[in-house]
Design a protein around this ligand. Structure first.
Ligand SMILES: C[S@@+](CC[C@H](N)C(=O)[O-])C[C@H]1O[C@@H](n2cnc3c(N)ncnc32)[C@H](O)[C@@H]1O
Length: 246
């Protein structure tokens, strides 16, 4: 749905429900990838942070240099009160108020998918801005439902000079709180700015064709609404359960 690209939609959503939502994956689901590529001393921008607990989990794991941004001032105000130790700013990912090369890592869990709901041009604008604020050798880590055959077009090494590696992570099962590949995958892209073709760490693609063929997808919002949404109650720490986006 095109609404996922609109600020008004997110403002309303965060106003009407202050409980934490974790889109796609919890930190524990992607921790092995984060620790492989990101150093504790890296300057990290979490773009489109929402009210995810990932930044707090990163912080607790020793990644202390984290800046969180979202274009919804509603959620940024809520998160500033909830997690005052962390740094929160209202900002559009398509128009970043940071100098070139300000960050070593930009993490965007679900954000690129949401921005693409506003149109391909918006997605491209976000990527240009991410590229600009990344240091040389820095990495962009979008976590997405979007299949490599679709998303890789956006991370074109020809125009951006990025080398991209893709990791697939099984979607968590809502019913029994387990993880298996039957429910499909999320994709963690690791796009290295200035990576060379023969770079040992970052190769172009790791996904098997098998995985790629399992799901058909496009930039449509419908896909976003079908993606796994995990809801966690702040106080009770209940196991996550499913909720269709409003
Ligand atoms: C799918 S949610 C993901 C939230 C969070 N990253 C998570 O994993 O739970 C997308 C988030 O991106 C934010 N967002 C969408 N478009 C944005 C933009 N152009 N600039 C900044 N934030 C944006 C929304 O407000 C929302 O919080």
């Amino acid at each position: 749905m095109a609404q996922y690209g609109k600020k008004d939609y997110w403002d309303e959503r965060y106003k009407s429900d202050e409980e934490h939502f974790e889109w796609y994956q919890r930190f524990s689901g992607i921790e092995h990838i984060i620790s492989k590529y990101i150093k504790r001393s890296d300057r990290i921008l979490v773009a489109g942070c929402g009210n995810s607990r990932m930044s707090r989990a990163l912080y607790d794991d020793g990644y202390e240099n984290i800046t969180n941004i979202d274009f919804s001032e509603v959620v940024i105000n809520q998160m500033s009160l909830f997690e005052p130790k962390l740094h929160w700013e209202v900002m559009d990912v398509k128009d970043l108020a940071y100098e070139d090369g300000s960050f070593d890592v930009v993490i965007a869990k679900g954000t690129l998918d949401a921005v693409l709901c506003a149109g391909l041009q918006d997605g491209k604008r976000m990527i240009e801005e991410v590229d600009r604020v990344l240091s040389d050798g820095g990495i962009f880590v979008p976590i997405s439902f979007g299949l490599p055959e679709k998303r890789m077009e956006l991370f074109d090494p020809g125009s951006l000079g990025w080398q991209t590696k893709v990791h697939s992570v099984a979607k968590p099962s809502i019913e029994n709180n387990t993880v298996d590949s039957k429910g499909g995958f999320h994709y963690v892209y690791v796009c290295k700015k200035g990576g060379k073709e023969d770079d040992d760490d970052i190769v172009k693609k790791e996904c098997s064709d098998d995985i790629v063929k399992k799901e058909e997808c496009s930039f449509s919002d419908d896909q976003l609404s079908k993606s796994t949404l995990i809801k966690k109650k702040t106080k009770t720490e209940n196991p996550p359960h499913d909720e269709a986006p409003a």
